[in-house]
Design a protein. Structure first.
Length: 291
């Protein structure tokens, strides 16, 4: 009986050993993936002001645009009569650093929240085509990871003419144009391949008021933005550090130029022209560019 007990103890020890070994292997294989859970909070790249006052059957809506670029705002109410009135005036375009007050008289029994969405830029402004700097420092060479109009992620109006460059983690990103900082997200830490990661990239948006073009620099490292909201930016200035956040298969810079469009995204990508006669639409995967 003693021998049987010792055998059973040895058998149980062997089982525990192999269970621990399997756990170590699984941890090494999937530990990083399990750590990269989707963030619990979504961050907006900018804020704007909206406040409501309802007195004597009159609704007053106060809108404020604190950005250094135009802003389009849509307003929504579950009150059908009020929504019809809102539809007549939205989107409301506020110019840079401006505000407006809207009055709606004869609104009875108002107890409803007004919901709003906003999009950068004004579709009323004529866009001027300009040549961009390459978005990295002088004497640096990087290659194109993903060119225009490719099936993985550069296949929508939002990203069709974007370019991915193989900047490594914490490599310096430079501004391709003059302008102002109108959007910053830099709180996310991780990324992933799936579509569910699309809303969790760190990025920086710079607006050039002369051309009307927005430049976006995407997949930045956590806390990798080197400029402040509203700051005036010079072409070639160091603005951010490259990373691998959001929907991304490897560390890199996703760079795009965008103009206002009244659709779900609010902006659409346009072909990029770089100084020196380089046309983004002609660049191929693996092609090397030196600034």
């Amino acid at each position: 009986m003693k021998k049987n007990g010792e055998f059973n103890n040895l058998k149980q020890q062997m089982i525990n050993f192999y269970l621990c070994l399997i756990l170590v292997i699984l941890t090494s294989m999937f530990g990083c993936k399990t750590a990269n859970l989707l963030p619990s909070e979504k961050h907006n790249q900018y804020k704007y002001g909206i406040s409501l006052t309802y007195e004597n059957e009159t609704l007053k809506i106060d809108l404020k645009n604190p950005l250094e670029c135009p802003l389009r705002i849509w307003l929504f109410s579950s009150n059908t009569e009020l929504q019809n009135k809102l539809n007549e005036i939205t989107p409301i375009t506020l110019e840079s650093k401006s505000d407006t007050i809207l009055f709606f008289p004869n609104i009875q029994k108002f107890n409803d929240e007004i919901k709003s969405i906003s999009r950068l830029g004004s579709t009323k402004k004529d866009v001027e085509s300009i040549e961009m700097d390459l978005p990295f420092p002088q004497n640096k060479t990087y290659k194109v990871l993903q060119p225009n109009e490719t099936n993985f992620t550069h296949n929508t109006s939002w990203s069709r003419y974007a370019l991915d460059f193989n900047l490594k983690l914490n490599d310096t990103i430079c501004s391709a144009s003059d302008g102002f900082v109108v959007g910053i997200v830099d709180k996310y830490k991780f990324g992933g391949i799936g579509k569910e990661w699309g809303d969790y990239a760190n990025y920086l948006t710079i607006y050039d008021p002369v051309s009307g073009i927005f430049c976006q620099y995407v997949h930045l490292v956590q806390n990798g933005v080197l400029v402040r909201m509203g700051g005036k930016i010079k072409r070639g200035q160091n603005i951010a550090l490259a990373g691998n956040t959001g929907r991304s298969t490897e560390e890199h810079l996703h760079f795009s130029c965008l103009i206002p469009e009244n659709d779900d995204n609010g902006l659409k990508s346009i072909p990029i022209k770089f100084i020196g006669g380089i046309e983004g639409i002609k660049l191929k995967k693996g092609e090397k560019l030196k600034k």
